[in-house]
Design a binder for this molecule. Sequence first.
Ligand code: 4BW
Length: 202
Amino acid sequence: MIIFFDNNLKDGSFNPFDTIIIKGDYDKLRDIKRLLMQRKAVLGGFFLKKVTMDDVLNKDIMELIIPGDKVAHVQVDNPLEHALLVLVKTGYSAIPVLDPSYKLRGVVSKTLILDSIFGMERIEFEKLSEHKVWEVMNDTPPVLKTNESFLDAIKLSIDHTFLCVEDQYGAYQGILTRSALLKYLNHYLRDNKNKESACLES
Ligand code: 4BW
């Protein structure tokens, strides 16, 4: 049974194993919570459940990643012109580089490619077909392991717009973008600012 309160808590209006969802004027929520906590002692079996900062920090990062099959990537042996085409057509400034066994090898960006074809006197366009991705890529990209924490992800994301995600065996899983982390944090912070919802469960 679910009971909705609208700032009123009446004696005898709920039973020990009811789930209670409170809505209404959030200013009064703290008082209502206190009353419900007191009931816990009398009725037993109730506790207040609220999304806490701990829940956020323990968030499974796998729920936030873009899976590998949805991430644009290039192969280590692709010519630079192919990589540049993928980057321009997808609109991304940098993408992961994989090998034929789908293992992460690095990250390549428009900047790295363009930088590699700037000669002393001219732009050496012929290099785009002569050189391969592995020659210009960053081969030490930021990597997050699937068992690392939400805080680890935040810390790494300060300096990187996306993190490559690998499982404990080194298999590539996808990427975690800075925007996915911010979106999740924004959701949590706004939720907690605008309303406090309490769910009383058995
Ligand atoms: O094509 C796009 N679609 C959408 N919805 N948003 C885009 C697109 N291109 C860029 N954006 C936005 C995103 O907010 O610009 C930001 C910076 O893009 P970037 O870095 O410089 O190309 C995007 O921020 P983000 O989602 O946090 O992504 C961070 C970085 O992660 C991107 C890009 O390098 C990489 N990335 C994101 N999605 C990707 C991807 N790489 C490959 N495949 C994907 N699906």
